[in-house]
Write a new protein. Structure first.
Length: 244
């Protein structure tokens, strides 16, 4: 481990909130509690902002942020989330994609996967869509989850196409956190693009779990009208062994 990454790890450990660690450990069962320090997201984001502002050392052409991100795999959840927050700050699109593709194989939980929403993506939606399709076809579950989330984040408004719904509807996985993201995507699509998204539900293009979970999340949303909620309730599949 390089010296800068070691300093950051030591600093993170010194920030530990033991009560918060207990809370986070209950939310992220896929990560062993020994690998969770217990640090709130605003504190990690503030640290990412600080690190991003550090200039390159006179003896090294690499900026400290790149030194930290070059140390993979990380040990702690908070190191992974800090890495994700640093990726969000990359201003060059190609460099951002390169950093994400280097990092995604090491992502092992929903918290880290969901922590990356780079601002540079907003102005590069055409090439990003091509990349999203690669992520969704990847075998790694959290790469798939990340790809679906990017489609949900950047392509359910002015860049929306009904074809996007079909891409996500074809995802089949045994991974709970992939299926939950599919459901989250369709619940959001039902809030933002109801007429297109409801056809996926009516035509039963999703598996039992994601079908019913999408409806559940949409019915719970304040962004879905009462009229649409009533229709969705009627479309829920009965007598299915749907995971909670």
């Amino acid at each position: 481990m390089n010296l800068f990454a070691k300093k950051i790890r030591d600093r993170l450990v010194a920030m530990q909130d033991k009560e918060y660690k207990k809370f986070v450990s209950s939310l992220i069962p896929s990560v062993n509690s020994d690998r969770i320090i217990g640090i709130r997201a605003p504190i990690l984001r503030a640290l990412a902002k600080e690190i991003d502002a550090y200039p390159a050392d006179a003896r090294d052409s690499l900026r400290p942020a790149l030194l930290f991100m070059g140390e993979l795999p990380h040990l702690y959840l908070e190191e992974n989330n800090l890495h994700a927050y640093l990726i969000e700050k990359i201003r060059d699109y190609d460099q951002c994609i390169e950093a994400i593709n280097r990092f995604l194989p090491y992502v092992d939980n929903w918290s880290t996967s969901d922590s990356m929403r780079p601002k540079v993506f907003r102005t590069h939606t055409k090439p990003l869509f091509e990349q999203i399709q690669l992520w969704i076809r990847d075998p790694h579950p959290y790469t798939i989850r990340f790809g679906i989330e990017m489609l949900m984040t950047y392509y359910l408004d002015e860049h929306f196409s009904p074809a996007h719904l079909r891409i996500v509807a074809t995802v089949r996985s045994q991974e709970y956190y992939v299926n939950m993201m599919v459901a989250w995507y369709f619940a959001t699509a039902l809030a933002k693009q109801y007429e297109a998204a409801i056809e996926v539900i009516r035509n039963e293009l999703l598996d039992d779990f994601t079908h019913n979970k999408s409806i559940q999340k949409a019915v719970e949303s304040y962004r879905v009208s009462d009229e649409h909620k009533n229709e969705l309730r009627m479309l829920k599949r009965k007598n299915q062994n749907v995971a909670k």
